[in-house]
Every structure is written in structure tokens, then in C-alpha cells.
Design a protein around this ligand. Structure first.
Ligand code: IVH
Length: 680
């Protein structure tokens, strides 16, 4: 469509006014379509409005606002997800697995509040990715994941692409500056369609909507995120500067007024009515457009929230009710053996496919041979399969009454089904492992694990490509990845020049990831990404870690004898020592990655007084430290700068008396951005 179709006013003011009008109108229709699901205009009319705004913004870029509806998808990739502090801990919820536990919860609430009937709000518990949205003077300023509850990852550019997230809060609401919490999720139907497309394109399917959501939000390219069918429900007003609220439902209604997408909720007097409702809802939940993993029951009175408080993990005024897991029976067609990264043999039941809470289930892990014996699981048996929340499907038991004599007992092989080497139990272990470290199944998974996003984060190194690399003999160890050339990749189907170059770039970039990712990537048994970080922080480089003794390791917090033994024996292995040597020859960094920042504040001392708008004290001090400066608490002749926020204290007067340079927040921010010390 050409821009001629729209009138571009010559008069700046007119253009500005029209742009404001358009933004308002588009926002209104966004809300109708994406939040309320009640569109009032056709897609065509909506596109016209958006197009007109785009044309005007092109002509008058000075009037583009950050929260303009055209600013959803940034063109820049996210370099790194920064950690940010939440406005208060993001707690999780205590769980009740039956009605008895709910009644006990009700008793505790009554005891801690008043002994009368309590009003409860019941909401679906969405199974997605928790997120905190911070709006400042109406505009979406920041979106962060839950992380460890105190600090999460800044995923603002990705969240901005979700159309149900308003970039600006509606003027109908009094809320201007606030933090909201909610859950990003992918509706079931959209998830299925997306997966089908992925399979057609030869890409790996996501396991479930929740994984798809979490994976998408960790993507560094907002353009990709924008293509994924994500949605959101907001369920809490966690911080607000404007307005007082007495009940949770008042906050929900006000959030709706602000243009946020709030799920349906119900209010009940007393726990008995809540339970009746939960019972009715049990049937409904399978037919919902999205997956829920229970219901949340919250005390409505906000004064009660304060009075009841919270433990370190969860509030005492809310609880999540988990429906009993869905179970179904089906036939075990056969039992297959999977060989893991560390050679572990895992028996897997291959089932006649069944639908279980929204997904198709065709396999269930049987864990190990002891488990098979304990449950007396036989090929041909009818088994009761259960899927509980995020856990992979399990065989609860087999129905022995249904046996007709044709069932066969299963024997664990004593040979690896992939390479034919011996599969042995070591010591008292119940697990059999393939003893051949060169077993293709192990090699493939080790290489794939090295490219994992929590390890070396190598884009494009998925299962299919790794399989081909190993089958063609192009990679037998992770070190071989660093010797791959463009011409090697040419021999692989589906690898075009562009994807090959991207892969090689990503492999080259991985060299700089640093020690903790290397340690995790090596795939040492019992060393997950958290333990890898603990080890990296303690030892700082690979040589120190390799020479650590069992007892030295055990002295570290969080490292028990099992991990310590595993680490020691991993590095005793000659093959592993050679592997490390080869990685070092390829300049793979094996020391702790220290962020390098221009130390332009070296030796400078700062004092803060008053409240800053954009930084907490900790954040501001952290910034100073990052660039080599120091934040101190008292003004003295050694102080170089005093940073002044709102309502400053006596430190300001003292600084003025001493003639110390004073910075307002804006100058402070500019200094950090430009990395230049302002003129005094
Ligand atoms: S309220 C302090 N309400 O479940 C209580 N949480 O296990 C904050 N969730 O971290 C949570 N739907 O990510 C609440 N209607 C709902 C929810 C919900 C999903 C998630 C949320 C939270 C987790 C707690």
C-alpha cells in the first residue's frame, strides 16, 4: 500500500495531534481484540489505522513515542539477558492436593485473621511463565522473569511483542506507576499448529505449551518471538503508587480498566463453596483453550494479606489446589532402551497412544530394571498411565486382571543396544551403563549437551544436525566442533551456506563463554548448571578444578561426596584430560568470565542522598562498582560526587558546604551511559 492514500499534514502540530489520535484509537482496538476478544472493526480497518500511523511516524520521527503501537517489535537482537531486581520477592504458592488440605488452609487463615467466614477469590492457575511487568507513568518500562524470586531476567523486548500486553496503560484507570504480575502462556490450539509447522519444516517440536513459552522468551531475537502465538493473564498488582485498594477483586477490576488482560475469577463465601466450585470445574478444565495446573484460592481482603504475611517461599493468604493427575489405561506394545549421555540405559515403555490432559502420550519412562521388577511390568500388559503436572508420563501400575497369558517378561540387555559393548552395573548401582565412551549414542548426546543453551549456547546445533555430524564422522568429541569447516558442512543435506556460516560463528563465539558453562557442558555426572557455577566461582580456572581432591571439593558448600567423587573421577580419566587439552588448543576459555567494563570511575567515591527514580540504592551502587568506583555512605573531603534524588537529606547541605560536585539523577544516568565523568 502506498503512503499516498493517507494525508500527511504539512503542519507539524496537526501531524502530532493526528498521531496522538491514532495511537489512542489503535490502543482501544488492541484492547478490544487481544484483551477482551471482542473486536469492533475488521482486520483491514485496523491495518489501515496502523499503516497511517506508520506513515506519519516516518514523516515525523520526532513524534514517535516509545509506547506507540508501532514499537512492539524491535529490530535489534538482545545481547544478553540482564538480571534485574523485582519490586518485592516473587513468591510461589503453597499447594493443596486434596480438599482436606484446603480445609486446613481455611482453618489457618481464620486463626490468623478473624474467626469468621472468609471471602475467597478463585482463579485458574495458568501453566506458563511467570512475569513481572513494571509500568512507569503509564508506559511499559520493564518486563522480567521470576528468576530466583528476588532477581529475574530482563525480557522487555520479547514481552513487548505480545499483543495482549499493553505498551501503555489506559487513561480510564488511575494507575500510573505500578508492577503487575502474570503468566505468559501459549494457547493449546496455537501450540499444536505451531508444532505441526515445525515438524513440516524438519524442526524439533516443543514438548508442551509451557516449554514452548519458556523457550520462546529466552530467544534473543524479538522478531522470532513476535511470530509465536503468545498470550498473557495478569493476576496480581504487586506494587502501586496510585490508589488504595481494599480487596483483591478491586485490584483485578482496576487492572482490567487499565487495559490488562485479567482471567475470569469467582468469589465465594467460605471454603465449602470454593470446594463445590472446584469440583464442577474439574470437567471444564480439559476443554479450556489453555493448560492450567490447578486453581488458585486467595483471601479477598487485602488487610488480611498483610496480617497473615508470608513464609520465605509463599504467602499465607493463598494456596494452589492441584487436581489429582489424570490417569488412563493403555497397552504396553514394547519396551525400548534409551542410552543416555553418560551411557545410562533407561527402559521406556512404548504405548498405544492416548490423550492425557491435552497432549498425546506414546511413551512412558520405566526408570530402571528394579522398577520394572517391583511393578512386575510385562510387554503386552495393560498399564495405568499418569501425567502429573510437569512430570513425564509414568506407569502407575499394571492391571494384572487383564492379562491373557501372552505377556512377556522383560530382561534388561547386558549389551548396549546401540554399539553392542557391555552394559554393566557398577558396584551397588541399579543402573546399567554402556562401558564404551565412544558409543555413538553417548557421543551424540555429549555433543548436543555441549551446545545446550545453558552450556555453550551454540545456535543450530540440534539433535538432527548432531546425528549427522557423528554419523558422517565429522565430530566424535566436542573438541572436533572447533575444527569444522564450511566445506565439511556442505556435505550435509539441508545445511545451506547461511546456516552453515551461522553455525560456525556460533561455535566460534562459544569459546568465550567461560568456565562455568564449560564445566556444565562437559556433562560430568551430577554436575548441573547450578553446581557448575558453584565450582567455577570457587576454582576460577580449569587447572585448579582438575587438581582438586575429593576432600577439597567436599569442603565447598553444596558439594557432597557424590558430586565430589564424580568430578575427581571425571578428571582422572586420560581421555577427558586429552579433551581439555584439545579444547585449550582451540582457545576455549576455561577461566571465570569477568565482565570487562571500562573502569572510567576508578578511584572515584560517590555518596547518594534521596530517592532515585530509576535505580534502587543497590542498583546505583552496583553501577558505580562496575566501572571501578566506590559508593560510600558519608560525605567527607574524600567524596568526589554526591548524587541527589528526591527528598535529599543533610548530606546535600554538607556537600554544598564542602564544595563537592553534585549530580542530579539525569546527569548520573548520562554519565553511566556515556562513560564520561561530567565536568564539575
Ligand atoms: S498468585 C504470591 N495467581 O504460579 C502469590 N499465581 O506457584 C503469587 N500462577 O509464580 C502467585 N496463575 O507464576 C497466582 N492466578 C494465579 C496464577 C499464578 C499462575 C503461577 C505464578 C506463580 C506460580 C506459583
Amino acid at each position: 500500500m502506498s503512503s499516498q492514500e493517507f494525508e500527511i499534514p504539512n503542519n507539524k502540530n496537526k501531524a502530532k495531534t493526528r498521531m496522538e489520535e491514532l495511537r489512542k484509537e489503535i490502543r482501544y482496538h488492541n484492547k478490544k481484540y487481544f484483551v477482551e476478544n471482542q473486536p469492533e472493526i475488521s482486520d483491514y480497518e485496523y491495518d489501515q489505522l496502523l499503516r497511517e500511523l506508520e506513515v506519519l511516524e516516518e514523516a515525523y520521527p520526532e513524534f514517535i513515542t516509545e509506547d506507540s503501537p508501532t514499537q512492539r517489535v524491535g529490530s535489534e537482537e538482545i545481547e544478553e539477558f540482564k538480571t534485574v531486581e523485582h519490586k518485592g520477592t516473587m513468591l510461589s504458592l503453597n499447594k493443596a492436593f486434596n480438599y482436606g488440605e484446603l480445609k486446613k488452609f481455611d482453618e489457618r487463615v481464620k486463626k490468623g485473621w478473624h474467626n469468621k467466614t472468609i471471602e475467597y477469590v478463585v482463579e485458574p492457575k495458568i501453566d506458563g511463565l511467570g512475569v513481572a511487568l513494571y509500568y512507569k507513568t503509564k508506559s511499559l518500562e520493564r518486563a522480567a522473569t521470576r528468576g530466583d524470586g528476588k532477581r529475574g531476567e530482563d525480557i522487555t523486548p520479547n514481552v513487548k511483542t505480545i499483543k495482549a500486553v499493553p505498551l501503555r496503560l489506559s487513561d480510564k484507570s488511575k494507575i500510573r506507576t505500578a508492577e503487575f504480575r502474570g503468566e505468559i502462556f501459549m494457547p493449546r490450539k496455537a501450540f499444536d499448529e505451531m508444532n505441526e509447522k515445525r515438524i513440516e519444516q524438519g524442526r524439533e517440536a516443543f514438548a508442551n505449551p509451557r516449554n514452548a513459552t519458556a523457550g520462546t522468551m529466552r530467544t534473543k531475537d524479538p522478531k522470532t518471538v513476535a511470530k509465536r502465538p503468545l498470550d498473557i493473564f495478569i493476576y496480581t498488582l504487586s506494587y502501586v503508587e496510585d490508589g488504595n485498594f481494599e480487596t483483591h477483586t478491586q485490584t483485578l477490576e482496576e487492572m482490567k480498566r487499565a487495559g490488562l488482560k485479567v482471567n475470569k475469577y469467582r468469589v465465594f463465601s467460605g471454603i465449602e463453596d470454593v470446594i463445590t466450585y472446584l469440583d464442577e470445574y474439574k470437567e471444564k478444565k480439559e476443554q479450556m483453550d489453555y493448560e492450567i495446573d490447578g486453581m488458585v484460592i486467595k483471601v479477598n481482603d487485602l488487610k488480611a494479606h498483610e496480617a497473615l504475611g508470608h513464609t520465605t517461599h509463599h504467602p499465607r493468604w493463598a494456596i494452589a489446589y492441584k487436581y489429582p493427575p489424570t490417569r488412563k489405561t493403555t497397552k504396553i506394545k514394547s519396551i525400548e532402551i534409551m542410552v543416555g549421555r553418560t551411557g545410562k540405559l533407561t527402559p521406556v515403555a512404548i504405548l498405544n497412544s492416548i490423550e492425557l490432559s491435552g497432549t498425546t502420550v506414546g511413551r512412558a519412562s520405566l526408570h530402571n530394571e528394579k522398577e520394572i521388577q517391583r511393578k512386575d511390568i510385562r510387554v503386552g500388559d495393560t498399564a495405568l498411565i499418569e501425567k502429573a503436572g510437569e512430570i513425564i508420563p509414568q506407569v502407575v501400575k499394571v492391571i494384572k486382571d487383564k492379562r491373557d497369558g501372552s505377556e512377556t517378561k522383560f530382561e534388561m540387555p547386558h549389551k548396549c543396544p546401540i554399539c553392542g559393548s557391555a552394559a554393566k552395573k557398577i558396584g551397588s548401582d541399579v543402573i546399567r551403563r554402556c562401558v564404551n565412551a565412544q558409543c555413538p549414542a553417548q557421543v551424540k548426546q555429549r555433543i548436543e549437551h555441549w551446545g545446550d543453551r545453558n552450556a555453550m549456547d551454540i545456535d543450530g546445533l540440534g539433535t538432527k544436525l548432531v546425528n549427522k555430524l557423528v554419523e558422517k564422522g565429522l565430530a566424535n568429541t566436542i573438541a572436533d566442533l572447533y575444527e569444522l569447516k564450511l566445506e565439511n558442512l556442505k556435505t550435509i543435506e539441508r545445511m545451506g551456506k547461511k546456516s552453515s556460516m551461522n553455525l560456525l560463528d556460533s561455535i566460534a563465539e562459544s569459546k568465550q563463554k567461560g568456565l562455568s558453562r564449560v564445566v556444565f557442558g562437559l556433562g560430568i555426572p551430577y554436575v548441573g548448571d547450578h553446581i557448575a557455577r558453584v565450582l567455577a566461582e570457587h576454582f576460577n580456572n580449569i587447572e585448579n578444578l582438575m587438581s582438586a581432591s575429593q576432600s577439597e571439593l567436599e569442603q565447598i558448600d553444596e558439594i557432597g561426596p557424590q558430586i565430589a567423587e564424580s568430578v575427581v573421577s571425571f578428571f582422572q580419566e586420560q581421555k577427558n584430560k586429552e579433551l581439555i587439552d584439545r579444547l585449550q588448543e582451540h582457545n576455549v576459555k576455561m577461566s571465570t568470565k569477568q565482565e570487562e567494563h571500562e573502569q572510567f570511575l576508578e578511584g572515584k567515591k560517590f555518596v547518594f542522598t534521596g530517592a532515585l527514580d530509576n535505580y534502587t540504592r543497590d542498583e546505583a551502587s552496583e553501577q558505580i562498582r562496575k566501572y571501578g568506583g566506590r559508593a560510600t555512605s558519608t560525605v567527607s573531603s574524600e567524596t568526589d560526587f554526591v548524587v541527589v534524588g528526591k527528598k535529599p537529606g543533610s548530606k546535600l547541605t554538607k556537600a554544598q558546604k564542602e564544595g563537592i560536585a553534585i549530580l542530579d539523577e539525569e546527569t548520573f544516568s548520562k554519565m553511566l551511559k556515556s562513560q564520561k565523568i561530567p565536568d564539575k
